[in-house]
Design a binder for this molecule. Structure first.
Ligand SMILES: [Fe+2]
Length: 226
């Protein structure tokens, strides 16, 4: 089943969908592109949130509002896009931000530059909670991180998440090919935020990616029984 592993489709919770109507439109578009399962991953920035419990409550309310409106795809799994911050691995309840019913947690490097403590935080989350990190859109950092910093990120025992937009530029496409050639396990996502400049783009993925890349991406959540 074609699966979107990264999306901002929940209404009014982050810089993604602004309303239930917008969410319904985004989900309808994903469905038209063949998507049958969506992981909703609203941003989680520890320094902005009032703790995990408050975030989960807010997420649940947005989810219920959306589900009561009858979205075109109803296989929606709750998750989060967790920004790597110093001390995040010690935040009480961080494991509750994993994709619901799984051991996978989507982690996002900041865009401010790389520091070694980021690798430590990811490894601590993984080790302390027996979670498998999914590194969000690693191709986006090829111009931000140095070559050796990218290699540190790629050396993590983690799944790599790629945004479908990676197939739009030559440099990112080349990086994606390298990941697959090196045998990394990668999963795809739209990272859709709206119906304008960040709309669902699985049409692009299906046109540009090798079918077995997409197939392998789709089985991640099958294995988790979702
Ligand atoms: Fe995102």
């Amino acid at each position: 089943m074609l699966t979107d592993h990264h999306s901002h489709i929940l209404p009014g919770i982050d810089d993604g969908s602004k309303s239930v109507e917008m969410s319904l439109e985004m989900i309808k578009c994903l469905k038209q592109q063949g998507v049958g399962r969506i992981v909703a991953t609203p941003h989680f920035y520890a320094h902005r949130e009032d703790g995990i419990a408050a975030y989960l409550e807010k997420r649940q309310q947005a989810f219920e509002k959306l589900m009561s409106a009858g979205p075109a795809v109803d296989n929606i799994i709750l998750g989060a896009e967790v920004s790597i911050e110093q001390g995040i691995s010690e935040l009480e309840g961080i494991e509750k931000l994993a994709f619901q019913g799984t051991k996978y947690i989507l982690l996002e490097f900041p865009y401010t530059g790389f520091s070694d403590w980021m690798i430590d935080e990811i490894e601590n989350i993984s080790y302390n909670f027996k979670l498998t990190p999914i590194i969000a859109h690693l191709h986006r950092y090829i111009d931000i991180f140095s070559k050796s910093q990218m290699e540190s990120a790629m050396a993590l025992d983690a799944i790599i998440q790629l945004n479908n937009e990676a197939f739009e530029t030559r440099a990112e496409k080349k990086f994606v090919k390298k990941l697959f050639a090196q045998g990394h396990y990668c999963v795809f996502g739209s990272d859709t935020h709206n119906m304008k400049e960040r709309k669902p783009n699985f049409d692009l993925l299906l046109k540009k990616a090798k079918p077995d890349w997409v197939e392998n991406s789709n089985v991640l959540l099958d294995r988790a029984g979702l």
